[in-house]
Design a protein around this ligand. Structure first.
Ligand SMILES: N[C@@H](CCC(=O)N[C@@H](CS)C(=O)NCC(=O)O)C(=O)O
Length: 208
């Protein structure tokens, strides 16, 4: 049994969708972003960086960092084919874009969500947020262009598509995304309709 720690609509979506695709048994432990529970001692004992998601493996080991969690789930359930074959060019492509989204996009989401963490006192916090949004636009456009002519990001469906679908939900205005990221938005729709993921998607992104 895996235990996934996180909130709805957060990075925990990617881990939960991968667990669901793999058919893994898991429990979801809610950590409320609204109540700032990720910065409370109980969660800091799980992830000292105070960020979600975190995954507890059956053996008790804690895995944090969304990309590491996705790779771990893909490793544990090879029959689910959540990554292209080992050693293939498509696998290298999957690593490339997973690292790009984890390293170049996700850190900027923190600046959009908490610009005050990055602005000296008296600084234009909304200006910091605006610039962070521009950087996310620029970087998601790189993913969008890379997808030219492709349905999925690395050959067949993989954890990468789950990850990209998640970033398509955050930070930017829906109209801008529909106009400028048509391939990513179509990818997100196809991820949301996967039989194993549909209910997870609704819980995270279609809450009333
Ligand atoms: N590098 C981390 C980033 C995780 C992250 O920023 N998670 C957000 C939720 S989507 C979070 O926990 N934010 C709370 C905070 O920064 O206080 C990862 O890839 O897992």
């Amino acid at each position: 049994m895996y235990t996934l720690y996180g909130d709805l609509g957060s990075g925990a979506f990617s881990a939960e969708a991968a667990l669901a695709e793999a058919g893994a048994p898991y429990a979801f432990e809610l950590v409320s972003l609204e109540k700032n529970e990720q910065k409370q001692p109980a969660f800091l004992a799980i992830n000292p960086s105070g960020k979600m998601p975190a995954l507890r493996l059956a053996e008790g080991e804690i895995v944090t960092e969304s990309a590491a969690i996705l790779l771990t789930i893909a490793d544990h359930f090879p029959q689910a084919r959540l990554l292209p074959p080992l050693g293939s060019p498509a696998r290298a492509k999957a690593y490339r874009w997973l690292a790009f989204m984890a390293g170049e996009v996700y850190p900027i989401v923190e600046i959009v969500d908490y610009p005050e963490r990055f602005a000296p006192p008296g600084c234009d916090v909304e200006g910091v947020r605006r610039i962070a949004r521009d950087r996310i636009r620029e970087r998601l456009l790189i993913v969008e262009r890379m997808m030219a002519g492709e349905t999925f990001l690395a050959g067949g469906f993989s954890i990468l598509d789950i990850y990209a679908a998640m970033f398509s939900r955050w930070s930017l205005e829906p109209d801008w995304k529909e106009a400028h990221l048509p391939r990513l938005m179509a990818l997100a729709r196809s991820v949301s309709r996967r039989p194993a993921i549909g209910a997870v998607w609704k819980r995270h992104f279609q809450r009333k």
